[in-house]
Design a protein. Structure first.
Length: 483
């Protein structure tokens, strides 16, 4: 959507960067010789974002991001509007919020009062002929102090502190690790906002760049980098949520963790879950939950024509590649045949900052329960794999072990299969450990016999060598006699 908007505006879209990143670029461009960690506090008209960046040697790396998609300057206007409506209703008994003509005038007055209170301690709000009563026209006249405005907006300011703490937590940092705080967005001019962030982080916010223009300035600098006009600056963004695929049992296996710097790529080798499996489904997921069903589906595709083979034998390499614009390419390749399939996901997020934060919050709330579910699935997967290994080991041993030993392993295997049909995880674990002991005993037998055969073969080779040795007489020749 951002790319489309740029094209509609007649711009050639070379690169997309988010607002906090652009702001950090604008602030940091003249400070690339200093390694520092920066917190960007971006309070716009309708959204709030906070990012933590590492800046050093011309490189800008976003370490973490957080935000609230329903918090912005409009909300600060609204608390003033609500206050004016309440006061007017108290004095005149008329609810201005139901008057469409009055609502726009109230909004304009509230926005002006908000701006005024960033520079003065008190402002006069005057709206003549705002409405009419039984006795004639009514006027809205009232004084609003900065102290009252701070009281009205205190909940909003506290709401902005929660994502700020979350961003520091995600970055594994405390307030003492932050070197500078940068302010972005007109609403950061509110003194109470500046005081709150100063109190939270313990640093006086930097005000060296106009907060209304800082994002555009940062974008223009990045444009200069792409054109080659600005040198020695590298900009690194992060992926907001983890990316991975669904694996056996409905588990999410993450290949790229949340807050990983992009562009990036990662590969991992998987295999088939059943004998003679000729196709694998690649279910691409985004999110922080342990189970696939609780995460967001980004796409699906299938790798087919895998040569039939026992489970675990085929090698399927799954690769994730994210470019600088957040576009994800997922590829699955059969290492045996080099056959591959891929999918391109152009909107790897497709989520608002608020939705991202909600997904992270849900993951944190359900972390303990999700962990137990994943452990249960992994236990069943391990038990299933052990049964497969047992069958293979018994088959490989053939007549090399007694029927009694084979029967012990078969019995333990059947007990585990019975346990897997139920829901008692302790029973599954107990039977799995019992079968492991039997399989290990068989494996030891196999190893001992293989070792004995190797020693016998070495002995035969040594004996054969001795038979080939021929005793011979020799005569010592004196060199002088040869002359």
């Amino acid at each position: 959507a951002t790319k489309d908007a740029g094209k509609i505006a007649g711009l050639e879209v070379e690169r997309i960067i988010n607002e906090p990143t652009a702001a950090a670029l604008a602030y940091g461009i003249d400070k690339e010789d200093q390694d520092q960690t920066i917190l960007v506090y971006d309070l716009g008209g309708g959204t709030f974002d906070v990012s933590i960046l590492d800046i050093g040697e011309g490189t800008f790396e976003v370490v973490s991001t957080a935000g609230d998609n329903r918090l912005g300057g409009d909300d600060f206007d609204q608390v003033i509007i609500d206050h004016m409506v309440a006061e007017f209703k108290k004095e005149n008994g008329i609810d201005l919020s139901q008057d469409k003509m009055a609502k726009q005038r109230l909004k304009d007055a509230a926005e002006k009062a908000k701006k005024d209170l960033s520079g003065v301690a008190q402002t006069q709000i005057s709206l003549p002929f705002i409405t009419a009563g039984e006795a004639g026209p009514l006027h809205l006249e009232m004084n609003l102090t900065r102290a009252k405005f701070e009281e009205l907006s205190s909940d909003l300011i506290e709401r902005s502190m929660k994502p700020t703490r979350q961003a520091m937590k995600d970055a594994g940092m405390s307030a003492s690790d932050i070197h500078k705080v940068l302010l972005v967005g007109g609403s950061t001019r509110i003194p109470a906002v500046q005081e709150a962030i100063k109190k939270e982080v313990g640093k006086e916010p930097s005000k060296g760049v106009n907060p209304d223009e800082v994002v555009a300035l940062g974008a223009s600098i990045q444009g200069g980098v792409l054109q080659g006009d600005v040198k020695d600056v590298v900009l690194l963004d992060v992926t907001p949520l983890s990316l991975g695929i669904e694996t056996m049992g409905g588990v999410t296996t993450k290949l790229i963790e949340r807050n990983t710097t992009i562009p990036t790529s990662h590969s991992q080798v998987f295999s088939t879950a059943a004998d003679n499996q000729t196709a694998v489904d690649i279910h691409v997921l985004q999110g922080e939950r342990e189970l696939a069903q609780d995460n967001k589906t980004l796409g699906r595709f299938q790798l087919t024509d895998i040569p039939p083979a026992p489970r675990g034998v085929p090698q399927i390499e799954v690769s994730f590649d994210i470019d600088a614009n957040g576009i994800v390419n997922v590829r699955a390749k059969d290492m045996g045949t080099n056959k591959e399939q891929s999918i391109t996901i152009k909107s790897s997020s497709g989520l608002s900052d608020d939705e991202v934060e909600e997904m992270v919050r849900q993951a944190e709330e359900n972390a303990e329960e999700d962990k137990k579910k994943r452990e249960a699935i992994e236990l069943r997967n391990e038990a299933d794999q052990l049964i497969f290994t047992t069958d293979k080991t018994i088959k490989d041993l053939g007549e090399q072990v007694s029927e009694e030993e084979k029967q012990k392993a078969e019995s333990a295997k059947e007990e585990l299969q019975t346990a897997l049909e139920g829901e008692d995880l302790d029973a599954i674990k107990e039977k799995k450990e019992a079968l492991q002991e039997q399989v290990q005993a068989l494996s030891v037998k196999l190893y001992e016999q293989a070792q004995a055969q190797a020693e016998a073969q070495q002995g035969e080779e040594a004996g054969g060598s001795e038979e080939d040795v021929v005793d011979a007489d020799y005569e010592e020749v004196n060199e002088d006699d040869k002359k």
